[in-house]
Write a protein that binds this ligand. Structure first.
Ligand code: 5GP
Ligand code: MG
Length: 186
């Protein structure tokens, strides 16, 4: 039995099977690139809260040893608008100096968040710094940031599910769906 779509959901953009398939491919690519790495040296840093499901799935598919840490940022109020200002809510526990860092982020929109993270972590002198991002909205990019592993490019719509929220709702939907514009514009 399949659950009906929540009332606020417009349509499903990426179903569960497509997401799983792509995450598996990304994990295989990352595993190949980091082959031979020592476990203390490879640190995945998930950006809370949006990346928590993506990170859980990606990390469990990696065949190379790794550790997991988190950072929490805030760039939006409960509305679909960018302010450009990024706030650090919670820092990582691990010391990142000398380690190979992989930032795991849910979505690249304007790029301000990733730019902030690059600056923050580069100053701490990791051995290397890369990013794995599940979604990107090319139409919305305002600053240039490099992505190393990208799941999907999507159109400029507000998406929820698979970790992504609107006002902290819809995070645990198993698929990624576009919200009805009246919900976030209203
Ligand atoms: P940026 O700093 O690139 O503009 O924004 C990145 C952050 O904005 C993401 O980490 C995410 O929290 C939020 N964001 C941007 N677009 C969406 C979207 O369509 N849905 C959700 N749930 N969050 C988004
Ligand atoms: Mg985020």
């Amino acid at each position: 039995m399949t659950n009906p779509l929540p009332d606020s959901v417009d349509y499903v953009l990426l179903d569960e099977a497509s997401i799983q398939r792509r995450v598996m491919e990304m994990a295989a690519e990352i595993s190949a690139d980091y082959e031979g790495i020592h476990n203390e040296d490879f640190l995945l840093v998930g950006v809370l809260k949006g990346s928590f499901i993506f990170l859980a799935d990606l990390a469990r598919r990696l065949t190379v040893p790794h550790r997991v840490d988190f950072i929490a940022l805030s760039s939006y109020a409960d509305k679909a608008e960018a302010t450009g200002a990024v706030r650090l809510i919670m820092d990582t526990r691990a010391d990142v100096a000398g380690r190979h860092l992989l930032i795991v982020e849910d979505i690249l929109d304007t790029g301000y968040t990733l730019r902030y993270l690059y600056r923050l972590f580069e100053a701490r002198e990791p051995a290397s710094l890369r990013t794995a991002v599940l979604l990107s909205k090319p139409d919305r990019h305002k600053v240039d940031v490099s992505l190393h592993y990208l799941g999907f490019s999507i159109p400029d719509v507000w998406v929820v599910g698979y970790g992504l929220d609107f006002a902290d709702r819809f995070r645990t939907l198993p698929y990624i769906a576009a919200l009805k514009p009246r919900v976030y514009e209203g």
